[in-house]
Design a protein around this ligand. Structure first.
Ligand code: HT7
Ligand code: ZN
Length: 876
């Protein structure tokens, strides 16, 4: 397969001003007639380039140039392209193409799902619908007409505004839509389906009336209210926060059960995975509700960051994704719980992005090359990209960041631009120099910053020394120095922040927190007038996506846990303590020893529980240990059994010491009637369920009875699912009873069945692989449905101890499933294959098993480009 390089970017030789699409749905096929008005790009000097249109799995029926039929010998067709030479400077081109959406299991382009036809064009799905210049820097105005059977497909939707509709012979109908905004083809969408609709409207600050609609499968209207309220909240937030109004008359969301990712921001016609639309208290958890808020907001925010200003090429993907994730994070923080939201973002970054940055798929936030762009919708482009945007805001402050956003839109509205354009707008609006900062877009790997601190009582100075380094990653042996914002405070013995005055800086009143810029390899920062030896609170609010090393004593960490004014670092101190204990215990267990857990850790956890009432959601995070995937990154050679035993050992230790406290908290937080997904009740439920999970570490008849009681009486999915999760780990008969009851109750709700699969795939029980193998054969599982695949197969791949089983059984199983999946849906197959990324971190015997499984995959005939790129990198 061919590698595409950023360095080879060249502007398109032709532009397409208007696109008139006519789609006739008939007997499982679609006849797609497209009129293009094409002209040579005046910015490109060569005058006789051929026009090379992209096309994939298309059957060309006819071609007309300026109305004149073209014979097959006057153009060139090969796999993937239609080439026309000797063209005038401007012309119209009509293509008639037949496509087969009913057989499209890749879910890219036009495809059939339950209730009708849907599209997914990002990144390169439009070429699976018709011949086109399928690249984001070609922006066109679209008119779309759809024709279909009226009874089977009553809704005919496309981007923009409905302009006309009518009936046709034979019980058919048609509808015409026009999108006033020029857009790249990846934002094209259409739907022909039988769906129910929830309608509402929103009036923008300047008085525009926007008609809102959410389309869902028949019978699901009672699960749409939360998504609609999320949409209105997002619209209001973007007006308040960034002064950005909706530019549309119609904003539609269509939910579909078969979808490769979460959702898609098509202009005015978002298409969503049902997972991020449907919610009702009995079928969706608090986390689902929050995710819906975030994803609805994310897609809505793309209307400005992605659609109005789009990407010049796919290497710039983080221009829209990193920025939009940052915006949805800030929205989530404003409407939910700021510090808990930040903690969860960092947990996610450490569990997914840090391993990616150290593994075979390591790539910069702006990748320099790819084989298949779909493989680069990654934690690095999204989450690290958001951290890069956040660092810009941290360095220049919120007011300057807002000015930078304004300038970015003023300069680039309607354009397809690069990450440089964004950063230049920020630099120009703030006066800051971001030249060194740009390395965050170019280099792979997670930087480490080693910190040491020294207090000099005589001079009342505190000297902080920071040194940065970044390990070599594939293809980038030598790293250039980063510009790293390090937010810090100094915490005094009384727990108060000390006023900070940097030597040489006499401006203004000393602050309790400042942002240091670490730009050289080693830098010393001297703080004056420090009256007592402080404990440094470093990297507050996780001000940079790095690993910060400082030799905190256990007492320092206990002090920060109890007093740090930065909630993130209060949480972080507890994680550091837990981390230290689990890593040490893993080594002890690996060599046949028995870990000894310090009572001080139980005391620190007891203090968190005692103070939990002030902020239960925070307490829940503080009591939750780092994940095995996160912990594994710190080990040179991972012994997954020892790591698993160590982490669970620490959980059991807490249960043994704090059983009474967990039970008291559990009982104190018993629901007081009426489910509400609000801040207070969510916090209570979260903490209560953390207590339940600790109590059930004992796996005794009484704890199982407690869980079963919650399972039977819960009036909401959060509590029901939390109890199912703990029962699914247990060894008693309650386990199978609860799993069966859950399936009986919810087999008609696809998204709840996904939870049922997931809870079994992630179980710690030794027989999990056999259970997953049985579930693959279960009628509830379907290899063609990405949600099912992610819930069972990818979830098993994230089951650290069992996927990495010593006998290689987990590897063999997942490789074989991936091979079968590749023939159905390569995008999803390559996402599942990512579970193998860290295989080299394990012992030689496990590595041999993993290598054999990967080689089997690489050698299979007809492997997709998607999967090839992943496996080839993994095998190196
Ligand atoms: N921009 C959307 C990306 C997306 C996507 C990419 C590849 C294949 C399928 C896809 N579905 C959606 C999602 C987003 O970031 O908003
Ligand atoms: Zn996005």
């Amino acid at each position: 397969p061919q590698t595409i390089n950023l360095a080879d970017y060249a502007p398109p030789s032709f532009l397409i001003d208007t696109v008139d699409v006519d789609v006739d749905f008939r007997r499982g096929e679609a006849l797609v007639t497209v009129q293009l008005s094409v002209r040579r790009n005046p910015a490109v000097k060569t005058s006789n380039d051929p026009l090379v249109l992209d096309g994939e799995d298309l059957e060309l029926i006819s071609l007309r140039l300026d109305g004149v039929h073209m014979a097959p010998d006057s153009y060139h067709l090969d796999a993937g392209h239609l080439t026309l030479a000797d063209l005038p400077d401007a012309f119209s081109l009509e293509t008639v193409t037949r496509i087969h959406p009913d057989g499209n299991t890749r879910l890219s382009g036009l495809y059939l799902s339950a209730n009708g036809y849907f599209t997914q064009c990002e990144a390169q799905g439009f070429r699976r619908i018709t011949w086109f210049l399928d690249r984001p820097d070609v922006m066109s105005r679209y008119t779309v007409t759809l024709h279909a059977d009226k009874a089977a497909f009553p809704q005919l939707l496309a981007n923009g505004n409905p302009v006309a509709s009518g009936d046709e012979e034979g019980g058919r109908h048609w509808a015409k839509w026009q999108d006033p905004f020029p857009k790249p083809c990846y934002l094209f969408a259409m739907v022909a389906a039988k769906l129910d609709v929830l309608r509402d409207n929103y009036r923008t600050t300047s008085g525009r009336e926007v008609q809102l609609a959410i389309f869902v499968e028949p019978g699901k209207l009672d699960q749409c209210a939360h998504a609609m309220s999320a949409l209105k909240k997002s619209m209001h937030w973007d007006e308040q926060t960034f002064g950005l109004e909706c530019d549309l008359d119609h904003y539609m969301i269509v939910a579909v059960g078969d979808f490769n990712m979460g959702a898609m921001e098509n202009k005015g016609l978002n298409i969503f995975n049902t997972k991020y639309v449907l919610a009702r208290q009995d079928v969706a958890t608090d986390v689902d509700y929050e995710n819906i808020d975030r994803v609805v907001a994310h897609e809505y925010f793309h209307n400005w960051t992605g659609n109005r200003v789009t990407c010049r090429d796919w290497f710039q993907l983080s221009l829209k994704e990193g920025l939009t994730v940052f915006r949805d994070q800030e929205f989530g923080a404003d409407v939910h719980h700021r510090s808990v939201a930040r903690i969860r973002e960092v947990r996610g970054l450490r569990a997914a992005q840090f391993p990616e940055d150290s593994g075979p798929m390591a790539h910069p936030v702006r990748p320099a090359s790819y084989i298949e762009i779909n493989n680069f919708y990654t934690a690095t482009v999204y989450q690290k990209g958001a951290e890069v945007v956040r660092m810009i805001q941290t360095l220049i402050g919120k007011p300057a960041f807002r000015r930078g956003m304004d300038l970015y839109f003023a300069r680039h509205d309607g354009q397809a631009v690069t990450c440089d354009n964004f950063v230049v707008a920020m630099a120009d609006a703030s006066g800051a120099d971001f030249s060194q900062f740009m390395r965050w877009y170019e280099q792979t790997g997670t930087p480490h910053v080693a910190a040491t601190g020294r207090y000099d009582a005589a001079s009342q100075r505190y000297i902080l020394r920071l040194s940065q380094s970044c390990a070599a990653t594939p293809g980038q042996a030598d790293k250039q120095l980063y510009h790293i914002p390090v937010a810090i405070g100094l915490v005094g013995p009384d727990g108060q922040d000390l006023p900070l005055r940097l030597a040489g800086d006499d401006s203004g009143t000393p602050a309790s927190q400042i942002v240091l810029s670490l730009c050289t390899e080693t830098q010393e920062f001297i703080f004056e007038d420090v009256p007592v030896a402080p404990v440094p609170s470093l990297l507050r609010d996780f001000s940079a996506p790095i690993v910060l090393e400082y030799a905190y004593s256990d007492a320092d960490l206990a002090h920060l846990m109890a007093h740090d004014s930065d909630p993130f670092n209060r949480w972080e101190a507890g994680q550091r303590l837990a981390n230290r204990l689990i890593i040490a215990a893993t080594a002890t267990l690996s060599t046949g020893g028995t870990p000894i857990w310090p009572a001080s850790f139980a005391q620190a956890a007891a203090r968190v529980l005692a103070d939990a009432d002030t902020d239960p959601a925070f307490a829940a995070e503080a009591l939750s240990l780092p994940s095995e995937a996160t912990l594994a990154e710190q080990l040179d050679v991972v012994d997954p059994d020892a790591l698993h035993a160590a982490r669970n050992g620490l959980r059991r230790f807490l249960t043994e010491h704090l059983g009474a406290e967990f039970l008291a908290c559990y009982e104190r937080l018993a629901p007081r009637g009426g489910y509400r997904p609000d801040l207070i009740d969510v916090g209570h439920r979260t903490l209560r369920n953390v207590c339940l999970s600790y109590l059930c570490e004992a796996d005794s008849p009484s704890t199982r009875a407690l869980a079963r009681q919650q399972f039977d009486t819960a009036d909401n999915m959060t509590d029901q699912f939390a109890s199912l999760m703990v029962l699914a780990q247990s060894e008693g008969e309650e386990r199978q009873q609860a799993l069966d009851a859950f399936y009986q109750q919810w087999q008609g709700e696809a998204l709840v069945v996904d939870k049922w699969l997931q809870v079994q795939a992630t179980s710690r029980r030794p027989s999990v692989l056999n259970e997953v193998k049985r579930l693959v054969e279960h009628p509830a599982f379907d290899l063609r449905n990405p949600n099912k695949v992610y819930s069972l197969l990818r979830a098993f791949g994230s089951n650290h101890v069992h996927f990495h089983a010593a006998d290689g059984s987990g590897y063999r199983f997942l490789a074989e499933q991936t091979r079968q999946l590749d023939a159905v849906n390569p995008q999803v197959a390559s996402r599942v294959a990512r579970c193998f990324d860290r295989w080299r971190k394990f012992d030689a015997s496990r590595q041999a098993h993993a290598r054999a499984a990967l080689e089997m995959l690489r050698n299979h005939a007809g492997m997709s480009r998607d999967l090839f790129e992943i496996v080839d990198r993994q095998l190196g």
